[in-house]
Ligand binder design. Structure first.
Ligand code: SF4
Length: 231
């Protein structure tokens, strides 16, 4: 289900002015989730549903101004038929590059989108160390499968939101073996300024110096460029 549309963004598709399409629903439950309205079923049903025709009309109005489309969520790959139908129309009617933001939990869906040339760039989140994925209702084996499908097929970045409760040097070290092949690793500062799924968990906040230390740490271990965001 499509639950949101932003006509213009300068930050969601690196190097491009993009429109952003939000899919509702998610199979993970990250306590630091930035958009619980798109995750919790009782909140989701309060948001109006947007159909593909409406989205295409909005995109066409911006033709010549936007240079890409970002598909985000929630988790868009949970709605594989709708997602494929939307992407087919974007490609056929606008031929714009598409970036997909995903938690990486649906390798089969990603595989079919790659095979059909429907995505041009993928951003995959690393939430915490592989063994801690059950804490967010995830399974890192699926993320590993997604990475092996994407590598060498479509450019991708790995995004890490630096939440102290879930990310420290220990967790980063555990994630290092899975970073190869990415265009970049982007470490994003967690601001803890919005309503959260589990307010009882003290997630903490890092300062800019902490993030710089994480960047240096990773640069000493991987050949992939590391960038900081929202610092
Ligand atoms: S995967 Fe993303 S949308 Fe889903 S709960 Fe986690 S942060 Fe929220």
């Amino acid at each position: 289900m499509i639950k949101g549309f932003r006509g213009t963004s300068l930050v969601d598709y690196p190097g491009k002015i993009s429109a952003v399409i939000f899919f509702g629903g998610c199979n993970f439950r990250c306590p630091f989730c930035y958009n619980i309205d798109l995750v919790l079923p009782e909140r989701l049903k309060e948001l109006p549903e947007l159909d593909i025709d409406h989205i295409l009309t909005e995109l066409k109005r911006r033709k010549g101004f936007i240079s890409g489309v970002v598909i985000t969520g929630g988790e868009p790959t949970l709605h594989s038929r709708l997602l494929r139908a939307l992407l087919e129309r974007i490609k056929a009617e606008l031929n714009l590059p598409v970036k997909l933001d995903t938690n990486g939990s649906q390798p089969e869906v990603i595989n079919s989108l790659i095979k059909e040339n429907l995505v041009d760039f993928i951003a995959i989140d690393f939430k915490t160390a592989p063994e801690r994925y059950p804490e967010i209702r995830g399974d890192f084996n699926k993320i590993e499968q997604t990475l092996s499908l994407v590598r060498g097929q479509v450019p991708f970045e790995i995004r890490i939101t630096a939440v102290p409760y879930f990310i420290s040097f220990k967790e980063l070290e555990a994630l290092v073996p899975f970073m190869h092949g990415a265009e970049r690793v982007a470490i994003q500062r967690f601001m803890n300024e919005y309503e959260r799924l589990n307010p009882e968990i003290d997630l903490g906040v890092y300062g800019p110096e902490d993030l710089k230390e994480f960047k240096s740490f990773l640069e000493g271990k991987i050949d992939v460029p590391v960038v900081l965001r929202n610092v």
